[in-house]
Design a protein around this ligand. Structure first.
Ligand code: ZN
Length: 328
């Protein structure tokens, strides 16, 4: 809700009377506050929350239950999106993608978007810059042929954007030359660790373990949204729109629908990636210098990860200890 006048709305009175939630009651703002809000965007606390769903490592990644197949699991994943009216963005690792071309065709047939995730999932931090750019360009040409137009979005493998300034800048220039928009993530998470454990469980038909992991998956992703809401409030002074990162794996095929229903029940609307990336926060400077792959909400403030990143590390450690025998 936008409150542009100096009068309090009826909803505020109802809140005071305990008839509505606290977020519906807003103190009238001064003109100076309104100016600041132009810079920082409209608070999502006062409007519908937005979230874009992005899926990395297409066409497919990881183990499946006996008798299951990537085309069948991919169909379940796409059903979960289509049934909820979601236009997801999938990021393709192009090398050998043609051997599973039917999966990518299914994404396009459902009206989903595909973006570049390099040809070999090449890590910018370990590859030479020229090899990395070649890998980006090869995937670019493959996807342009597949889709009939150039892909618009690029997702860095491991969210590694360059571990020192010159490499980071040169990679960004190469992406701009290809007219890419970087598909930043806000809700980074350890779903890929849970998916590894889940793949091992379903492969052995261990129903009890796979169900425990499925419950952990739902709660972990919801906790991720809560965490990055808190980071957004601290960094921006408002609740941010989100880009959720998951991967094309059996855990998502079997259980992303439960996550999406919970997310929607929290008041989020599913939107295409472009709508979230239009938020002014993605125009802020990337201030992070280092080797970690991070949420955009950490990258826009030099000390954000040191202040908030304990959540990411403790969740990953907890998942490893609970479901992967503590392995790194
Ligand atoms: Zn990836």
């Amino acid at each position: 809700m936008r409150v542009g006048t100096h009068l309090r709305p009826l909803s505020c009175l109802l809140t005071v009377l305990g008839l509505l939630g606290a977020t519906s009651c807003a103190r009238a703002r001064t003109p100076a506050e309104d100016d600041r809000r132009q810079l920082h965007g409209t608070s999502q606390a006062e409007s519908e929350r937005m979230v874009a769903i992005t899926v990395d490592d297409l066409p497919w990644f990881g183990r499946l239950a006996p008798g299951d197949t990537p085309p069948e699991a991919n169909r379940r994943l796409l059903d979960a999106f289509s049934q909820r009216g979601i236009q997801a963005s999938g990021f393709v690792v192009c090398n050998d993608a043609d051997s599973q071309r039917d999966l990518l065709d299914a994404w396009l047939a459902r009206g989903m978007d595909l973006g570049n995730h390099t040809s070999h999932h090449l890590d910018l931090h370990s590859a030479s810059l020229s090899a990395w750019i070649d890998d980006v360009e090869t995937c670019h040409h493959y996807l342009a042929r597949l889709m009939g137009h150039p892909p618009r979005y690029f997702r860095y493998p491991m969210l590694h954007q360059g571990d020192y300034h010159d490499k980071r800048s040169a990679a960004a220039v190469a992406l701009q030359r290809l007219d890419y928009t970087v598909a930043h993530v806000t809700v980074d998470n350890s779903e890929w660790l849970l998916a590894d454990a889940y793949g091992r469980a379903v492969e052995k038909a261990d129903v009890q373990t796979s169900e425990r992991i499925a419950r952990a998956y739902v709660s972990h992703l919801l906790a991720g949204i809560d965490h990055f809401d808190a980071v957004g409030r601290a960094q921006l002074g408002r609740l941010p729109p989100h880009v959720l990162l998951i991967h094309a794996n059996a855990l998502a095929a079997d259980h992303i629908g439960e996550v999406l229903d919970e997310v929607r029940a929290r008041g989020f609307r599913f939107v295409p990636l472009a709508e979230v990336l239009a938020d002014p926060m993605f125009g802020l400077a990337d201030t992070y210098e280092g080797a970690k792959g991070l949420s955009w909400l950490y990258r826009i403030s030099p000390d954000a990860f040191s202040r908030w990143g304990a959540w990411d590390e403790s969740e990953a450690n907890r998942i490893r200890a609970t479901f992967l025998g503590g392995q790194e």
